[in-house]
Design a binder for this molecule. Structure first.
Ligand SMILES: CC1=C(/C=C/C(C)=C/C=C/C(C)=C/C=O)C(C)(C)CCC1
Ligand SMILES: [Fe+2]
Length: 342
């Protein structure tokens, strides 16, 4: 089955803003570091805090409509039950795992995010940019592995101490202690960094050989994004970098995808209207964003060691996001299958 394409008018309305928000966001977020300005703790955590309403949490809060629309074009009571059950079962199981095995759950969260943010970048490359070389599953998988590794592995190479603190802050509310895992040792970083560099270069090269486009403009965009994000995550303080990426890159690209599976929004987009579909997204995301916040409050009182600092609070917020991410990944994987991407 081939990849489902977007109507060309819809694609043109969506592609530029959806991609450019990430480019501009990352470029602007790199400025303080490039200028040698050190960000305060509050500034570094601000994007992650903002993700509660700025596309981060809301991008998953539309799963209940995005999945049925992507698979059948219609939202029915049965579908709402299916999505609800997915969240209940997968989210419930993962929440229980956090209490039982906090450190393993925290590491699994990083692995899950690697996979999910990787898959999240394949759709925009394949459909919004129309990369011809992503017609092969092997190249889609390799590209996803590279794209997910940029936010999840590269910060470990440049900022191992912060990385360990953040993973520690995920596990701490549940009584977990990451200690001196091999992952944070210099030889582990060297091995992982070298392997990732090989996979990245090989993937870009294979994609370059596979593209029939001449000049290879869209491949160049892919390569520039890859190199740019690699530099971004290597030098910018990781909590700030990951927060900006989550809000303005991953979530925005997913929202663009999700609005385009709705018939009404697609008609609006075909006539160049972006505002209407965005308003609809905000309305559809609001109820479950609020519900998620209420659940977060419940999570907060349930953990054995509730956090007392901004770093700790953000860690617990992300552990909560992890619980929502597992069913969200199931939903997006299902959407990928429906779109012929998997
Ligand atoms: C903050 C941060 C990290 C992890 C963040 C994660 C894992 C975020 C996941 C967010 C998700 C899954 C959102 C939903 O799509 C690292 C890389 C451990 C270290 C650097 C700072
Ligand atoms: Fe997502």
């Amino acid at each position: 089955m081939g990849v489902t394409r977007l109507d060309e008018r819809v694609r043109r309305t969506l592609a530029r803003p959806a991609l450019a928000v990430g480019w501009v966001g990352v470029a602007v977020a790199a400025l303080p570091t490039l200028a040698g300005v050190e960000l305060s703790t509050t500034a570094r955590y601000a994007p992650l805090v903002a993700s509660v309403v700025l596309f981060g949490l809301p991008h998953g809060a539309i799963d209940y409509v995005a999945l049925p629309r992507a698979v059948t074009g219609r939202v029915t009571g049965r579908w709402l039950a299916v999505v609800g059950l997915l969240y209940l079962v997968l989210g419930g199981a993962y929440a229980a795992a956090w209490f039982a095995w906090p450190v393993a759950s925290a590491l699994a969260f990083v692995a899950l995010t690697w996979l999910h943010w990787g898959q999240g970048d394949v759709y925009p490359l394949a459909v919004l940019l129309n990369e011809d070389y992503l017609d092969s599953r092997a190249r889609r998988v390799a590209t996803g592995v590279v794209r997910g590794g940029l936010p999840m592995l590269v910060p470990l190479l440049g900022h191992p101490e912060t990385y360990r603190d953040v993973v520690g802050a995920f596990a701490a509310p549940f009584g977990g202690n990451v200690g001196d895992l091999w992952l944070f040792a210099p030889d582990a970083r060297l091995a992982l960094g070298a392997a990732f560099a090989v996979v990245t270069v090989a993937t870009l090269a294979a994609n370059r050989l596979a593209t029939a486009e001449s000049p290879p403009t869209t491949w160049r965009i892919d390569a520039a994004e890859t190199v740019g994000l690699c530099a971004f995550f290597l030098v910018v303080p990781p909590v700030f970098a990951v927060g900006v990426y989550f809000c303005l890159w991953h979530a925005v690209r997913h929202v663009a995808r999700a609005v385009a599976v709705d018939d009404g929004s697609r008609r609006a987009l075909a006539s160049g209207d972006l505002r209407g579909p965005l308003g609809r997204f905000a309305r559809e995301a609001a109820p479950l964003t609020v519900a998620a916040l209420a659940l977060l409050a419940g999570f907060w009182v349930a953990v054995p060691n509730p956090p007392t600092t901004l770093e700790g609070a953000t860690g617990l917020y992300l552990a909560f996001v992890a619980v929502l991410t597992l069913p969200h990944v199931a939903v997006v994987t299902w959407m990928d299958r429906a779109a012929g991407l998997l």
